[in-house]
Design a protein around this ligand. Structure first.
Ligand SMILES: Cc1ncc(COP(=O)(O)O)c(C=O)c1O
Length: 349
């Protein structure tokens, strides 16, 4: 990332852009377009909405947590008529309920869904959901910010129309790049879409990508980082990366349970990139995350939204290995012992 800046309208950037885009398509498992915007993950979600949904369009927004709510809010803010389909936090969306909601309102044009809900540590059954959305012939917009590259998401095979992710998660790159795929159906929707947009115009991004550029100045340092991250990822192999995340997630879940703590997410849909843990009775989650940071030098997250003090979360995605998990679990054991978590005290040496 400390490489000297290059001309972003010159041949070096064109080569870098082509190299990065080609490999992103491999990880998105798509033959369609993958566009890169300089933005946070939320920008990727906004790209999905402003390029395919017009004011007044009916949208079904499936939410299982904070990020599902955010996706719905973006669509609402741009004038879509949003039908919200909420599920209990900690559980996955029920595909049959989505089928029923689509049948109940044939005017619905698009479905918004979070693949991996980072706020609760739950991964939706996107294979089943996408099959239902395809059958109903609706547009499918997917928030894959905390899943893509770490959890299998074959974009073309599942018929996902717009899939949005962010550089700071499984891609192992600092925050600031938003990567978004567009299917042919998504481009059809783009052509009909009347929502005003400028910076996030996907058509402009595609037009410039074809000549090896971006419409606006890109975050070059992040492209340099993504280029190297993709080298590492190609070397490890896509399926091996999925398998490593699955293995480390299972190790985390087992380690948490071995400490006598309770997992928040329904185990059948527990995420392979983030594990949410119920705070022990009488101990606010924030107290645990503070002690982990201040006493053990391990940064974990407390809950978000109404779960702020109910759960704490371990992120295990991207550049993560067995010893990271071992050390974090050992630190958690010591913190819980010091805080006098009763189920645990007897088990820690
Ligand atoms: C599932 C999901 N969607 C969206 C976002 C928003 O990304 P950002 O914070 O980069 O805007 C996040 C961030 O954690 C996320 O986990």
């Amino acid at each position: 990332m400390s490489t000297a800046m290059i001309n972003h309208r010159g041949p070096e950037f064109a080569a870098l852009s082509a190299r990065v885009t080609e490999r992103l398509k491999y990880f998105f498992q798509t033959q369609s377009d993958v566009l890169i915007f300089t933005a946070a993950g939320t920008g990727a979600l906004e790209v999905a909405v402003v390029n395919t949904i017009s004011p007044g369009d009916k949208v079904l927004a499936v939410s299982i947590g904070v990020f599902g709510d955010r996706f719905a809010n973006i669509a609402k803010r741009y004038g879509a008529k949003v039908t919200k389909l909420d599920f209990e936090w900690g559980k996955a969306a029920d595909p049959d309920a989505i089928r029923r909601a689509l049948a109940a309102d044939p005017a619905i044009k698009a479905v918004l869904v979070t693949h991996n809900e980072t706020s609760t540590g739950v991964t939706n059954d996107l294979a089943a959901i996408s099959a239902i959305v395809r059958e109903a012939d609706k547009l499918l917009l997917v928030d894959a910010v905390s899943s893509l590259s770490a959890i299998d998401l074959p974009v073309d095979a599942w018929g996902c129309d717009v899939v949005a992710t962010g550089s700071q998660k499984g891609w192992m790159v600092p925050p600031g790049l938003a990567m978004v795929s567009f299917s042919e159906r998504a481009w059809q929707a783009y052509r009909a879409c009347t929502t005003p947009r400028f910076y996030f115009d996907a058509g402009e991004a595609k037009r410039y990508q074809e000549k090896g550029q971006t419409p606006w100045t890109p975050a070059l340092s992040l492209y340099f980082a993504l280029d190297v991250a993709l080298d590492l990822m190609m070397k490890e192999g896509r399926e091996n990366i999925f398998a490593r995340h699955a293995r480390l997630a299972e190790k985390t879940r087992q380690g948490i349970e071995a400490l006598g703590l309770t997992l928040f997410a329904d185990r059948t849909h527990a995420s392979n990139t983030v594990t949410a843990v119920k705070a022990p009775a009488g101990i606010p989650a924030k107290q645990i995350s503070r002690a982990m940071r201040e006493e053990e030098g391990v940064v974990i997250a407390a809950g978000q939204g109404r779960l702020e003090n109910e759960i704490f979360r371990f992120g295990h995605l991207g550049y993560v290995n067995d010893s990271d998990i071992d050390e974090a679990l050992a630190a958690l054991a010591r913190v819980c012992q010091r805080l006098g978590v009763p189920t645990l005290a007897s088990r820690v040496n």
